[in-house]
Design a protein around this ligand. Sequence first.
Ligand SMILES: [Zn+2]
Ligand SMILES: [Zn+2]
Length: 150
Amino acid sequence: MVSILEYILIFFAWTFILYWMHRICHHVPYLKQIHWHHHKFVTGQQPKWMWQNIFLYSDDWMSTLDIIVTEIIPTIIFCYFTGHWWVFVWYYIWTAFIQEWFEHNPNFNVWPFSAGKYHLNHHKNWRHNFSLFFPIWDIVFGTHEPVNSN
Ligand SMILES: [Zn+2]
Ligand SMILES: [Zn+2]
């Protein structure tokens, strides 16, 4: 029987993978080029939800390639090896329906979530704030940059 603790551990193990995948994408040359499209796209504008998001299309084709490489493939591999496919279901719901409202929303600044201002700090200074959902792995690995209140 799966306990609630196991779900929590699986969730954070998954975000650990995504955290490192994101960090790696800022250093490995070819991956860096792909990931840079996400950074370029978001500068100065907040992406809006669009119906293509339900097919996991994100902002433009290169940004979509970015989430395929940095999030979708690692998530599928993670689910395959752990057998916890609910993680992919959650990832799908997040990416298809929720992400665009929060992730780059300059008005969203709610502790302990790493969306909104916290993630926008990563767009300004890509040496910090790689975490998805919660800042735990930034804190653990020393890349945490708290959001200024002003
Ligand atoms: Zn972003
Ligand atoms: Zn990044």
